[in-house]
Design a protein around this ligand. Structure first.
Ligand SMILES: C[S@@+](CC[C@H](N)C(=O)[O-])C[C@H]1O[C@@H](n2cnc3c(N)ncnc32)[C@H](O)[C@@H]1O
Length: 271
């Protein structure tokens, strides 16, 4: 099997979908099924569910072949998009934190479509419990359909919230869920490629965890260049926590981890 890098260098214009940020199977199928090309190419990785994707392709008569690899994790798959169908179905989750209760719209192709992600729920309970005096410009990285965003905007009317999300279907839902608030801007953007255009006071997020060390570095160096005194509350799954702390402490030496069940809060605020 050829190295992916070589195939892409020889065919720089092939229609390519990359499962590099944790999209679920429905999200991948949606992107494939809307393609007008005769052939489409998918880069998927084992730790994000390559096996499940291939099993689905096999049991649903989807024409595909694996044509490239990058050890040990990535595979390049060639597919016939005409053999893929996916209906987008509207779904919903219920957000309940303290006095805040709200049904939020999701769809089958987005992250944590049927329930508030347990990490986001822990983050919100932490914020509710600490009663932090959040004011000013707030940044959220990886806002999904807007669970944390909705809580922040309904709880803290004085803030302005900028959310960044790379996934288009999530942003569509987020816009709908937050349409009642004026004090926000939803950016459909890869946060790691974006230039920050204003000074943020707070970073509050359940960020993407499957990111490279370079992207972690970029994230903290970028917000640090923007404000060395920025305050942060990030919720991180246990197995990713130490690497996030290490990257963060290079820029915010007072950052620490606070354990909550299978998660850690990464913060530079007093406990
Ligand atoms: C752990 S999920 C949290 C989602 C949301 N906050 C929630 O509670 O449901 C992380 C989110 O980050 C998004 N994401 C991944 N890579 C990104 C990037 N480079 N820039 C912006 N968002 C990204 C994913 O699409 C996903 O929605």
């Amino acid at each position: 099997m050829k190295p992916i890098k070589r195939i892409l260098a020889e065919n720089p214009n092939i229609p390519l979908i990359q499962q590099l940020y944790g999209q679920n199977l429905d999200n991948i199928l949606q992107q494939i099924s809307t393609s007008q090309d005769k052939k489409i190419y998918l880069i998927s990785q084992k730790q994000l569910g390559l096996k499940r994707i291939l099993k689905f392709f096999k049991s649903n008569q989807i024409e595909f072949k694996i044509i490239g690899k990058k050890s040990p994790d990535l595979r390049l798959i060639e597919l016939n998009p005409q053999t893929v169908n996916l209906e987008i179905t509207e779904q919903s989750v219920t957000l309940k934190v303290g006095e805040t209760a709200k049904t939020l719209k999701t769809s089958n192709s987005i992250f944590s479509k049927n329930q508030i992600d347990p990490g986001s729920q822990k983050c919100l309970e932490y914020l509710e419990d600490k009663k932090l005096p959040i004011t000013g410009q707030v940044l959220e990285v990886g806002s999904g359909y807007g669970a944390i965003s909705y809580y922040l905007l309904s709880k803290y009317q004085e803030i302005f919230l900028d959310t960044y999300e790379i996934d288009q279907p999530s942003v569509v839902n987020c816009e709908d869920n937050l349409k009642g608030f004026q004090n926000k801007k939803i950016h459909l953007e890869n946060f790691f490629n974006t230039k920050l255009f204003k000074k943020f006071d707070y970073l509050i997020a359940n960020p993407p965890l499957h990111i490279s060390s370079d992207e972690r570095k970029q994230m903290f160096s970028k917000i640090h260049a923007n404000n060395a005194n920025l305050k942060m509350v990030l919720i991180i799954k246990s197995r990713f926590a130490q690497r996030f702390l290490d990257s963060c402490q290079k820029y915010y030496p007072s950052a620490k981890l606070i354990k909550i069940d299978n998660y850690f809060i990464l913060t530079n605020l007093e406990a």
